[in-house]
Design a protein around this ligand. Structure first.
Ligand SMILES: [Ca+2]
Ligand SMILES: [Ca+2]
Length: 368
């Protein structure tokens, strides 16, 4: 797949428990079968309001159970790529409570020797149509660098040149997030960045997990709230001086006031979790999903555990980004005056081999 420059900044712009059921075999059946003990345990189980489809036993380390349910995915704005709002049913799953951290990524690298795409020497064929000099074939990634002076970000349109606040920095990668002179010392609990979709999948496979589907991600982000505008509810970010996520305050891209407490990345868990116990589903770093991106891809009907579009065999001119992968949740660079994409329904995408210093991921795991 061609290593295209990342389009790193987005441009302007519960199945109520299918209760037929027994608890799906995850509750020890031997106990259900008999007597007082079963009655007692069942009473405790349901009486405490525990999720009735949560697998029995301890949760995998660092993961929380996202119970089965249904929700309305997307929005009713026909101009947006979230259209139309439609009913989706999701089977319960485990999800990492935080974005994958530098410490977690380091364990993976130590165990496997994995080298991210941003650390590899690119090939000439990674840049189709460009006359790349041999000396320029060096590992790089995209780093946000604010301009010195005020500029109107809306002048940069989708499909145009990379906006000037994104720089191709040789030697930028997860160990050196801002470039070769930076490092992650003391930042083990920060989200790992400069991770491509392909890198994220390699980690997930090693960890016995997978990337979430876009539908799973949005369902989890909503935390059980019905059509709330934010993952935390209805209060706008910054109202009465309250902040609920690491986003961008000020004037994008040149003036970052850091009113939420963080000018750049934040360690994970600096803001309260959502209703499912998930941290940073809004802001901090974008999170990869497994789906291919389709701008006009949401079906207007009830769907169960949708996995996103199959890649069509022929290119559709309406879907110029169809080979891109979805990412969700926005980042520390999402600004209300430019790209308010830290909402549970907002979407973005990038090529699977691209990386930047505002993109990471988290994983999910099936119950069985
Ligand atoms: Ca911030
Ligand atoms: Ca995030």
């Amino acid at each position: 797949m061609p290593k295209r420059p990342p389009r790193s900044q987005p441009l302007p712009k519960v199945i109520p428990q299918t209760s037929s059921a027994k608890p799906k075999g995850r509750f020890p059946r031997i106990l259900l079968g008999g007597g007082l003990l079963a009655v007692l345990l069942t009473a405790i189980y349901f009486g405490l309001g525990l999720d009735s489809d949560r697998p029995w036993g301890p949760a995998p380390a660092g993961m929380v159970w996202i119970p089965s349910g249904e929700f309305e995915m997307g929005s009713n704005d026909p101009r947006s790529d979230e259209y139309p709002r439609h009913l989706v049913k999701i089977t319960g799953f485990w999800m990492d409570e935080t974005e994958v951290t530098n410490d977690q990524w380091s364990e993976f690298v130590k165990a496997t020797g994995y080298i991210t795409i941003a650390e590899r020497v690119p090939k000439r064929e990674d840049f189709p149509g460009l006359d790349i000099r041999e000396k320029d074939l060096v590992p790089f990634s995209a780093v946000f660098q604010p301009p010195q002076e005020k500029i109107d970000p809306h002048q940069y349109q989708e499909g145009g040149p990379l906006p000037p606040w994104w720089k191709k920095i040789n030697g930028a990668n997860w160990r050196h997030p801002e470039g070769p002179n930076s490092n992650i010392e003391g930042k083990g609990n920060y989200p790992v960045v400069h991770i491509s979709w392909e890198d994220a999948n390699a980690y997930a496979k090693w960890a016995g997990k997978r990337l979430p589907t876009e539908a799973e991600w949005e369902y989890a982000a909503r935390g059980g709230l019905k059509n709330a505008p934010y993952v935390w509810g209805h209060t706008p970010q910054g109202q009465d001086g309250k902040y609920f996520a690491n986003t961008f305050q000020g004037e994008f891209p040149h003036l970052n006031t850091g009113r939420d407490g963080f000018l750049g990345l934040a360690p994970v868990k600096q803001f309260p979790p959502n209703g499912f116990g998930l941290y940073d589903m809004s802001g901090n770093v974008w999170e990869w999903c497994s789906d291919y991106y389709l701008r006009y891809g949401y079906p207007n009907k009830t769907v169960v555990d949708p996995k996103g579009p199959e890649l069509p065999p022929a290119a559709n001119p309406m879907e110029e980004r169809q080979r891109d992968r979805v990412r969700r949740g926005g980042s520390f660079l999402c600004a209300d005056d430019y790209c308010k994409r830290y909402l549970p329904n907002t979407r973005d995408c990038n090529p699977a081999d691209s990386a930047a210093n505002h993109t990471g991921f988290r994983c999910v795991k099936d119950a069985k």
